[in-house]
Design a protein around this ligand. Structure first.
Ligand code: AP5
Length: 221
């Protein structure tokens, strides 16, 4: 199964990816997570990406495509994978198509998580992430049991550098200009499902799960 999770910052792509993984154990490929890790490690990729990520701009397409090609050739991707936050431009989508043609892969489904601006700002301002396992929390909706500690692994919870209000607004602007055209792009290919991401987690996941079952991508209960 190969699926794409598309949506504005804070739509809950990472959160829903974690839910899908419980049902279907395939890797989550989050370009955002890969870039943040590279920045933290001070690798060449990290040095090149840092200024883009911290200011809410998109990292150049050629760097992203290099990351994707290397990652999907890894052994754990044999049974499929989920893209969280990729593709993000029409150029990336076109490059992905060419790459998939070469590797004989197909996109099974694209989920587009529609979200209002107020929800986005509210969710991102209260988001905390685990520095160790990457688990995502929200101080309002799913707070950790112990303050600043991950329930799953005990790791430290932090606020992301790009979760400041002015950077969130920039990321939203970039999403509307560069990423939103992908909705039309995938709709024309008849592989896109729209999900209302303002609703609570359970309802949103039920919709995704129902669609995956309909497509025969996860087991029917
Ligand atoms: P990336 O890490 O991909 O950030 P993003 O797309 O802005 O998305 P987020 O991770 O902020 O949000 P999310 O939708 O995953 O929401 P989450 O589940 O955490 O990218 C960061 C940067 O990297 C980019 O700005 C860019 O510079 C660069 N980059 C990455 N990919 C790139 C690419 N392909 N090309 C070029 N550059 C790239 O949820 C948010 C919060 O809401 C959490 O606190 C969660 O607990 C809560 N929440 C979620 N769902 C619900 C719900 N239903 N109800 C209540 N709370 C909820």
């Amino acid at each position: 199964m190969i699926i794409i999770l598309l949506g504005p910052p804070g739509a809950g792509k990472g959160t829903i990816a974690g839910e899908i993984k419980k049902e279907k154990d395939i890797p989550i490929i989050s370009t955002g997570d890969i870039l943040r890790k590279a920045i933290k490690n001070g690798s060449d990729l990290g040095k090149e990406a840092q200024s883009y990520v911290n200011s809410g701009k998109l990292v150049p397409d050629y760097l992203i495509m290099k990351i994707i090609e290397e990652r999907i050739k890894e052994k754990d991707c044999k049974k499929g994978f989920m893209f969280d936050g990729f593709p993000r431009t029409i150029q990336q989508a076109v490059d992905l198509e060419l790459l998939f043609k070469r590797l004989k892969h197909n996109i099974d489904q694209v989920f587009y998580f529609e979200t209002s601006k107020n929800t986005i700002i509210e969710r991102l301002s209260d988001r905390r992430v685990c520095t160790k396992c990457g688990a995502i929390y929200n101080l309002n909706y799913n707070p950790p049991k112990i303050k600043d500690k991950c329930d799953k692994c005990g790791g430290e919870l932090i606020q992301r550098d790009d979760d400041k209000e002015e950077t969130i607004l920039k990321r939203l602007e970039v999403f509307n200009d560069e990423t939103l055209p992908l909705v039309d792009y995938y709709q024309k290919q008849n592989i896109l499902t729209k999900i209302n991401a303002d609703q609570d987690l359970d309802d949103r996941f039920k919709e995704v799960e129902a669609r995956l079952k309909e497509l025969g991508l996860v087991g029917k209960k």
